[in-house]
Design a protein around this ligand. Structure first.
Ligand code: HEM
Length: 534
């Protein structure tokens, strides 16, 4: 622990004793105030609830509890009640039948001021209110419709070309696949708004004094630490682990950089006689608004800054806009790059499937001297089936994002009290042997032979969720993942470092901001196609 976050022991005891008694009273009051038929689950201990039951692998433990107690179980996490749904029927009850009541969002205690989230956030908007609706619509219109995706296509191709060039330069050396995907996807998103790369494949920050990769790694690391305050919200103000403070510090540093982008664009335009880059930042400057108004409008009409839109007449502060911009980057980059990594791991392990993907790409690209055009993606049925199979076995959000009950309601004969945290265990559903034949086998054919899709209508397969909180980035994510994989497979042969046998590749995962491969995947590229294509 660093010195500034150390608290003297007697002081801690003085604080903790009254809290301890409050928690005991609170626990017994909540437990005995009514005889509500909660969903079944292991008997909780006083005060700590089921925390000790969870162990180091929450996915496996909670899935085991579901096998023992049924598709809807409840656990007490410290002072907080949590319900887990682990079957298509239970998921449908939560995400369709009771979507209205159960689609509020649980806000992690290490995030910023909840009042700001209510006004500025989409992902962490506590309720699906008018403000949230407006953000989703704006976001969909500017980022995720077919038209918006088509407009971004040149940009995507440029970033993919940069990835291919980088990998060509690494022929014969091991590269970390998640990191390559992360850099490509991150730069694609930052170009939509700022027309800039913010990361290099190796050089961090590309020309800025701020190191973006380091920043996001730090945030991801902090996201892995279980926060005591999430189990005992009464401790939130104390920030005993210093997590809130550390996140706030990280955000303050990155805020300054984004503010600088606006100021610099103004100067550049003045210097270049009003020359435009045509991105979102330019559109706002074109209208001729003052900075303060731009900050507000950035929130109203930008595909990315719009995530901070507030229906209130208050002018937004830049730091709030930036907060949400980062929110979208986190939602979009970690999930997508981790999917690329899992897919490459499965294809490396299953060489015959990798070969079939390669053959399909070769068949569909008529002119082998062409770079891959994304218009052929819909024809790559087998590759798309591989992406679905990857998301079935390794969903980046294995419990979706935590929902919260707005009101008490009854689900499958049990009561879910107001404020309960709700999780849908899509990891368990994706591996359920009563739903999937040989569930642990990576077999894309199962998706070629059926019409199961991930658009939220089939509750056996929900990698993007369903209902009002379904991932709005789905079309962009699928396009990005498929395009990156097509390029990795078409342009390079891949092998494991140290002649490692692919059949021994360990495919265990760990839960963090996303569901990551436990050991990052390192692969060695061998170039197959001449770089002049790109
Ligand atoms: C393979 C990639 C991705 C997967 C598997 C994924 C999955 C998910 C899931 C499971 C949720 C939560 C659904 C719920 O709460 O019930 C979600 C929410 C969200 N995702 Fe994605 N996502 C991906 C990529 C993206 C991308 C590329 C973006 C944007 C650039 C994005 C933006 C969001 C946002 C803004 C939300 C919050 C929606 C809300 O609360 O209303 N995601 N995503």
């Amino acid at each position: 622990m660093d010195t500034e976050s150390q608290v003297s022991a007697p002081f801690l005891v003085l604080i903790l004793i009254p809290i301890f008694f409050f928690l005991i009273l609170n626990y017994f009051f909540k437990s005995h105030s009514s005889n509500l038929p909660l969903p079944p689950g292991p008997t909780p201990w006083p005060l700590i609830g089921n925390l000790l039951h969870i162990g180091p692998n929450p996915l496996a433990t909670i899935t085991n509890f579901s096998t023992l107690y049924g598709p809807l179980i409840s656990l007490r996490l410290g002072s907080q009640l949590a319900v887990f749904a682990s079957s298509p029927a239970a998921a449908a009850q939560i995400l369709r039948t009771h979507d209205h009541t159960l689609s509020a969002r649980y806000i992690f205690q290490m995030t910023t001021d909840p009042h700001k989230l209510r006004h500025f956030s989409l992902l962490l908007s506590p309720e699906c209110d008018n403000h949230w609706k407006l953000l989703r619509t704006t976001c969909r219109t500017h980022l995720f419709t077919s038209k918006a995706l088509q407009t971004q296509s040149i940009l995507r191709n440029t970033k993919i070309a940069a990835m291919v060039h980088y990998l060509e330069s690494k022929t014969g050396s091991a590269v970390q696949i998640r990191d390559v995907g992360f850099t490509t996807i991150f730069n694609t998103l930052t170009n939509v708004v700022f027309s800039r790369d913010l990361m290099g494949f190796e050089e961090d920050g590309v020309g800025f004094c701020f190191k973006f990769k380091e920043h996001y790694r730090k945030i991801a690391k902090l996201g892995l630490v279980p926060n005591l305050a999430d189990f005992y919200p009464i401790l939130s103000g104390l920030d005993l682990q210093g997590l809130k403070r550390k996140i706030a510090e990280c955000n303050r540093r990155v805020d300054v950089v984004y503010e600088g982008f606006i100021a610099q664009r103004r100067r550049d335009r003045d210097r270049n006689g009003g020359e435009r880059l045509g991105d979102f930042l330019d559109s706002m400057l074109d209208i001729g608004f003052c900075d303060e108004q731009i900050k507000y409008l950035a929130a109203v009409s930008s595909p990315v800054f719009s995530l901070s839109l507030s229906p209130s007449p208050n002018i937004l502060k830049m730091e709030d806009c930036v907060l949400q911009w980062q929110e979208l980057l986190s939602a979009g980059t970690d999930t997508t790059s981790t999917t690329v990594e899992w897919a490459m791991a499965e294809l490396t392990k299953n060489k015959h499937i990798m070969k079939k993907v390669e053959e399909e790409i070769r068949r569909e690209i008529k002119d082998q001297n062409e770079a891959i055009d994304e218009s052929i993606i819909p024809q790559l049925h087998y590759l798309q089936a591989c992406v679905k199979e990857t998301l079935r076995l390794h969903p980046p959000a294995p419990f979706l994002l935590p929902h919260k009950a707005l009101e008490t309601c009854e689900v499958m004969g049990y009561t879910i009290p107001k404020d309960t945290r709700i999780f849908v265990n899509i990891w368990a559903i994706g591996r359920d042997p009563t739903i999937w034949e040989n569930p642990l086998t990576f077999d894309p054919n199962r998706f070629l032979e059926s019409d199961i899709d991930f658009k939220g209508f089939d509750f056996r397969f929900l990698p993007f969720g369903s209902g009002r909180r379904i991932c709005p980035g789905l079309p962009m994510a699928i396009l990005q993942v498929t395009l990156i994989l097509a390029n990795l497979i078409r342009n390079f042969d891949w092998s494991l470092p140290n002649n490692e046998d692919p059949s021994n590749l360990d495919l265990s995962g760990k839960v963090g901001i996303a569901y990551y491969k436990q050991d990052p995947l390192f692969l060695i590229p061998q170039n197959k196609v001449l770089s002049t294509l790109y």
